[in-house]
Design a protein around this ligand. Structure first.
Ligand code: IMP
Length: 427
């Protein structure tokens, strides 16, 4: 029962879409287990480029069943427009399965996300403004709306009423906004029911049966390890668990079923939104990484903050996820530097620290300790095997592998589907 988890080892945007798509042909199910349309994958198939936010990237592989698990939060209008966009381009989306237990991002959750961020002012998180946090808050507060609620109007109305009771007080009295009418929300949500009905399923049963039948199931994390609500740079995190354990709760599959956990690791580091980032660059190197790497958010269009590779973070990701492998992406972006700095440890208040500090204050004070690795100038985008890489690029990869604590089993050398070096097969 090959069950693989594929997740971001840094702050998200590591290039997971490319990795999932590379595996897509041999995978029977691709499952999203957390997050919502705050994620963004760019997948290049042939000469076509697809930007996916909510749908698992397996949707582009004809033999693969894409699954939206119970741990995901679903904005129905975004989902339906993503589906129709793909249909217009000739992609068959009929195999999609959506958990009836997944929570719905309602219009009021989006409103609350935006007004609370505005209210926080300079303390804001820099969320994607898609209603992710407020929807998970409703889930934990037990006032959430689930996909299955769309099929019982009376229950749906009661639940929307319960949720809006408090929120309308908050919107009108605290934020000076207009109250949201229950009837209007219910009507909008009911309008999605028939359109979503063909996809709604007991995905926990489907996935466990698939594993019993030795099907290959790939669990695809959104965001990244350092954005995890428990293990990330709290409070500058997303509101779910992208780390490996989240695949179990967010899809209803026991930890004993997971056979491999692959961390996607960019050859340098990026981050969107606020929060600490020890290797962040504010000079022309940072600008060059942003330009060459095309570091602009797929979901928000915001410029990503860019910095050098941070091995402390990579080691941490290996630990909290139990990583078995890394997929190193965007190595080609580093072509052309004479020397490439790599952060091997931090200096915090004058002391050298080898591991990620648990204290938020310490992490905010962390200064990178760099080791310089020799760069390369050769075009590496045509490399098909590890030995095709220039010696210095090979040494860079080997050094990262040694510092990060898990084997690098694949390397991305360009954005296209075929621009990947496979070292160890994932299956
Ligand atoms: P939220 O997920 O919209 O609540 O945003 C919380 C934090 O996570 C913000 O810093 C976002 O920029 C960041 N974030 C959310 N989704 C992604 C992603 O897919 N890639 C990178 N950062 C993300």
């Amino acid at each position: 029962m090959p069950a693989l988890v594929l997740l971001g080892a840094q702050w998200g945007d590591e290039g997971k879409g490319k990795a999932t798509d590379l595996l897509g042909g041999s995978v029977d199910y691709v499952v999203r287990y957390q997050g919502g349309n705050n994620a963004g994958h760019t997948v290049v198939v042939g000469d076509q480029k697809y930007a996916l936010h909510l749908l698992p990237s397996g949707i582009l592989s004809p033999g693969c069943t894409p699954v939206i698990g119970n741990g995901v939060v679903v904005d129905p209008s975004v989902l339906l427009s993503e589906l129709s966009g793909l249909n217009e381009r000739g992609v068959d989306t009929s195999k999609l399965l959506i958990s009836g237990n997944a929570h719905i991002i309602t219009p009021y959750n989006v409103t609350v996300d935006k007004v609370t961020e505005r209210f926080l002012g300079k303390r804001k998180i820099g969320t994607t403004g898609r209603g992710i946090g407020p929807t998970y808050a409703d889930k934990i507060n037990r006032v959430g709306i689930r996909v299955q609620d769309l099929y019982d109007e009376s229950i749906l109305t009661q639940k929307v009423e319960a949720a809006l009771d408090v929120k309308n007080q908050m919107l009108t009295k605290l934020y000076n906004r207009r109250a949201i009418a229950v009837g209007q929300v219910v009507e909008e949500l009911l309008g999605y029911a028939d359109k979503l009905a063909p996809y709604v399923a007991d995905t926990v049963l489907v996935l466990n049966e698939a594993l019993e039948q030795d099907k290959v199931v790939l669990f695809e994390g959104g965001q990244g390890t350092l954005l995890d609500i428990d293990h990330g740079t709290y409070p500058f995190v997303t509101s779910s668990n992208p780390t490996a354990g989240g695949a179990c709760t967010g899809a209803g599959v026991g930890p004993t079923k997971i056979s491999r956990v692959i961390g996607i690791l960019k050859a340098y580091t990026t981050r969107v939104g606020a929060g600490p980032f020890p290797t962040e660059l504010f000079d022309e190197d940072g600008e060059a990484l942003r330009r060459i790497g095309g570091e602009r958010g797929v979901t928000t269009g915001r410029d990503r903050r860019c910095g050098w590779f941070d091995a402390v973070i990579a080691r941490y990701a290996t630990r909290v996820n139990g990583l078995t492998d890394f997929f190193l992406t965007k190595l080609d972006v580093l072509t052309g530097w004479e020397q490439i700095p790599v952060c091997v440890a931090y200096e915090i208040d004058g002391k050298r620290v080898e591991e990620l500090p648990y204290s938020q204050t310490d992490f905010h004070h962390a200064k990178p300790v760099y080791e310089m690795l020799p760069g390369w100038n050769e075009d590496i985008s045509k490399a098909k095997s590890f030995s095709d890489l220039p010696k210095n690029a090979q040494a860079y990869v080997k050094a990262l592998e040694e510092m990060s604590g898990a084997p690098i089993s694949a390397i991305g050398v360009g954005p296209g589907r075929t621009e990947t070096i496979e070292i160890n097969s994932f299956l």
